[in-house]
Design a protein around this ligand. Structure first.
Ligand code: NAD
Length: 269
């Protein structure tokens, strides 16, 4: 059976890809899509916004029009997502959150919503990136204690948060594996630091340029050799298709707080 989904924030970069992915995905039926109040894309055909031709469904700013959906998919902004979270709890709808940049307190709010509805928080919905998280765990276990660990990420010029949610998650996976507290060991900039790097730190470097869809590398560097684990996204469709997979999985889940590792079954191993 197909899962009925609605896309929040249809006119965004991800929104357009999500519409296309929902139409192409065999396990998903697209039943609606929203744009923010006052958007010039209100009442636009969803297919036309996605650049794949009219499909006879229009964007809305009225959430009542999304009640037919079982799962809502949200790649919008922090404030909008927190509002959508409230709405989903009021109307008992499952929610896939792809929006990034939440504070710890905001993440706690999203986790608490898991007591009422099924919710996935996925700062990166790509299957490849989530496999990378698993590889980071294996690598950190094997050589993390005696290597210098640095994380590099690059994204397009329009991205608002830095470092990316994915880079932070990479650091979190490594820190958790090594029993370190990321809040204490993360170094987000080295300007003004004159001492040598201390072993337990995890450095982050950020590039924002042009139309880079998303690149992430973790370095595990020793004297004489280094391992680099890299993921490169070449199209936003990878995130959009991963979000559809998440929506399908969530439609069969009980209320709870989940991530892509649950969706992909990596937590069973
Ligand atoms: P974008 O700015 O192109 O799109 C965001 C859209 O949300 C805009 O069209 C805006 O009008 C819309 N919006 C804002 N408030 C709204 C509301 N109340 N109702 C409906 N729509 C609303 O940004 P983007 O590049 O598409 O990224 C969106 C978010 O997704 C960012 O947080 C980004 O970091 C994240 N992202 C996540 C992944 C992932 O894999 N999880 C991948 C790419 C981007």
């Amino acid at each position: 059976m197909k899962v009925k989904v609605a896309i929040l924030g249809c006119s965004g970069r991800m929104g357009r890809n999500l519409i296309q992915a929902a139409i192409e995905h065999k396990s998903v039926e697209l039943v609606g899509g929203s744009v923010r109040a006052g958007s010039s894309f209100e009442n636009f055909d969803l297919g036309e916004i996605a650049g794949i031709g009219a499909i006879g469904q229009k964007t809305t700013t009225d959430y009542k029009a999304l009640l037919a959906a079982d799962v809502l998919i949200d790649f919008t902004s922090i404030d909008a997502t927190l509002e959508h979270l409230d709405w989903c709890q009021q109307h008992n709808k499952a929610l896939v959150i792809g929006t990034t940049g939440f504070s710890e307190q905001q993440v706690a709010t999203i986790k608490a919503a898991g007591n009422n509805i099924p919710v996935i928080l996925a700062p990166n919905t790509s299957v490849g990136v989530n496999l990378l998280f698993k590889l980071l765990e294996v690598t950190a276990k094997a050589i993390g204690e005696h290597t210098d660990i640095e994380i590099f990420e690059a994204h397009h010029r329009f991205k608002k948060d830095a470092p990316s949610g994915t880079a932070v998650k990479m650091g979190q996976v490594i820190a958790d594996t090594l029993g370190r507290d990321l809040n204490k060991v993360a170094v987000y900039g080295r300007e003004g630091i004159t001492a040598e790097r201390s072993r337990e730190t995890i450095g982050f470097a950020t590039v924002r340029a042009g139309d880079i869809v998303g690149e992430h590398t973790a370095y595990f560097a020793d004297i004489g050799e280094r391992i680099e684990l890299t993921h490169k996204a070449s199209s936003r469709m990878t995130f959009a298709l991963g979000a559809m997979r998440a929506a399908f999985w969530l439609s069969e889940a009980h209320a709870g707080f989940y991530d892509m590792q649950d969706v992909l079954g990596f937590k069973d191993n």
